[in-house]
Write a protein of this length. Structure first.
Length: 539
């Protein structure tokens, strides 16, 4: 069936942005024949539940037509295509979801009216899915369902940032926003996501699934349906992202209490969802000062990306987002390794070196606060304020207020740990070290050299505070197998330990020796593979 459609579809490449079909559409609002055939076939596939054909049309055909015919314009609006699909209400809702998403992807962005229209269309879609007493018969690919939830949260984020910038708003825009003050309200977005979670009973399903049971036994009539089950799971990830954007990291991790973050499951097979989950979970852990958990989360995801990077080379919105989040996670991993040094996979260590992160890490290790801030600003989410600015107040741009606040919270933590890398570097050299001697070393390594007014007792007292800080910062909650994301045990993450007896520091190296055997075996196998390739080339 789809092969027949492809034969018809091949002719669409003949039409470009300057050809007669597009000009005719612009002048007379006629829909090009290629688009007509696509919409009719797309609608038939959705009505018949042909998942593989729907996925192909959604992931390949729609983006291809968008690039060829609608690169600088929007798709035809609902009124122009309704008669083509026999005014099918469900298809028109799904079409408008793609229509508005395409508008958001363009550089100039949507107008206020288009933002309102997209919100109302999401209301229609979720009302259609959630209001009936029985599950709807609609079937959509998991990739579409994930991107639907992801786009829903993104459009809320985009509107919140637009709403926070009153400096460039006209009086007409202010009146328009005042008249529609409930649109894209944070409580409305939270309610929708929680309703999807509750309707699908996804938390109960995940709990039973983790214990080896049958999720369908607790799914209820809606949760057994793939549409509701996957929307419920993706809604949990949407809540993770939303709480992270609002700066509520505890709640962000809590919504995933039944999700096995470090284990691939039947619910986490969409790559974009996996990577987004790891990014926001790792970031939340980092902001909660759980650096070991953050490093484990980032490392696991980045190793997955390394193994499957060929999947994300094609140009698409989701792949662009995945590549961006991957780059952000490398920055966050570098920050965490500076604040909480530990061994990571050799492949990741090599990737950090290849991407020149070692220079950034070197600067951060030596207390360059500007480098910390620069890396954080690049890698952090675009935070939002839960309370938008008053429309009756001063016209100013408050878009970056939430980002500034979260950056300040992070930098306050960094300042407290600024001296720890230097202290660590000295302690590694000794088994015993007098406090006075270390205080002299610390003062010599700082910008202020000892002079005649230098007070050793005062420096020793200051050093004692830094040593207590070292003890405190290096011990944090670490997740243990079988626990929820928030639970764990207090563990020391430092490769060395020490105690102070009177005026003497006693240092013990707790670092586990490298397994050199594994390292050499990997290198031997690598050289053997290279030799085989060279031998093959010579032959």
């Amino acid at each position: 069936m789809y092969d027949d459609y492809n034969d018809q579809y091949e002719t669409y490449d003949d039409y470009g942005p300057g050809d007669s079909h597009v000009e005719q559409y612009d002048r007379y609002r006629h829909v090009p024949e290629t688009v007509r055939k696509f919409l009719i076939y797309f609608r038939n596939c959705i009505n018949e539940g042909l998942i593989f054909d729907i996925q192909n049309l959604y992931e390949n055909t729609f983006p291809k037509i968008s690039e060829q015919l609608f690169e600088k314009t929007s798709w035809p609006d609902e009124a122009d295509i309704a008669h083509i699909v026999d005014n099918d209400p469900v298809f028109l809702i799904l079409y408008k979801e793609l229509y508005y998403r395409h508008i958001y992807s363009k550089s100039q962005g949507p107008s206020l009216e288009q933002r309102f229209g997209s919100f109302y269309n999401y209301c229609d879609l979720f009302n259609y899915i959630l209001n009936p007493d029985e599950p709807v018969t609609l079937e959509l690919p998991d990739q579409w369902l994930w991107e639907l939830i992801d786009e829903f949260v993104y459009q809320f984020q985009s509107f919140s940032q637009c709403r926070a910038n009153l400096a460039n708003k006209s009086s007409e825009d202010i009146e328009n926003l005042t008249a529609h003050n409930k649109i894209w309200d944070v409580l409305c977005v939270l309610n929708v996501l929680h309703y999807l979670v509750d309707k699908s009973k996804i938390k109960s399903q995940l709990e039973v699934y983790a214990s080896g049971g049958d999720p369908d036994s607790v799914a209820g009539p809606f949760g057994k349906h793939s549409l509701y089950k996957m929307l419920g799971y993706f809604a949990l990830i949407g809540l993770l992202r939303l709480h992270s954007l609002l700066g509520d990291y505890y709640q962000a991790i809590k919504v995933l209490e039944n999700v096995e973050i470090y284990k691939k499951s039947a619910y986490s097979h969409v790559p974009g969802c996996q990577i987004s989950t790891a990014y926001y979970v790792g970031f939340a852990y980092m902001m909660m000062r759980r650096y070991s958990d953050a490093i484990r989360t980032f490392s696991g995801c980045l190793l997955y990306v390394q193994r499957t990077k060929q999947l994300f080379t094609a140009r698409s919105y989701q792949n662009d987002q995945i590549n961006k989040q991957t780059e952000q996670m490398y920055h966050l991993l570098a920050i965490c390794l500076v604040l909480h040094p530990q061994c990571i996979d050799d492949g990741l260590q090599q990737a950090l070196s290849d991407k020149n992160y070692h220079e950034k890490m070197y600067k951060m290790q030596y207390g360059d606060l500007a480098e910390f801030e620069s890396c954080f600003l690049f890698a952090c989410p675009k935070f939002l304020s839960s309370v938008p600015p008053s429309l009756d107040g001063k016209k100013e741009d408050t878009t970056r207020d939430a980002i500034k606040h979260q950056t300040q919270v992070f930098m306050d933590e960094v300042v407290q740990q600024k001296m720890l890398p230097t202290i660590r570097s000295y302690l590694k050299l000794y088994t015993t070290l007098p406090l006075s001697k270390l205080a002299t070393f610390m003062c010599s390594s700082s910008s202020s050299r000892p002079d005649e007014n230098w007070d050793l007792d005062k420096e020793v007292a200051s050093l004692s505070i830094h040593l207590l800080c070292f003890k405190h910062k290096m011990k944090n909650i670490v997740w243990t197998k079988g626990a929820s994301g928030l639970d764990g045990k207090f563990q020391s993450g430092s490769e060395l330990d020490f105690y102070i007896d009177h005026d003497m520091i006693h240092i013990a190296d707790t670092k586990v020796a490298h397994r050199y055997g594994d390292f050499f075996i990997r290198k031997i196998l690598k050289f053997e593979e290279l030799n085989r390739k060279l031998h093959h080339i010579k032959i």
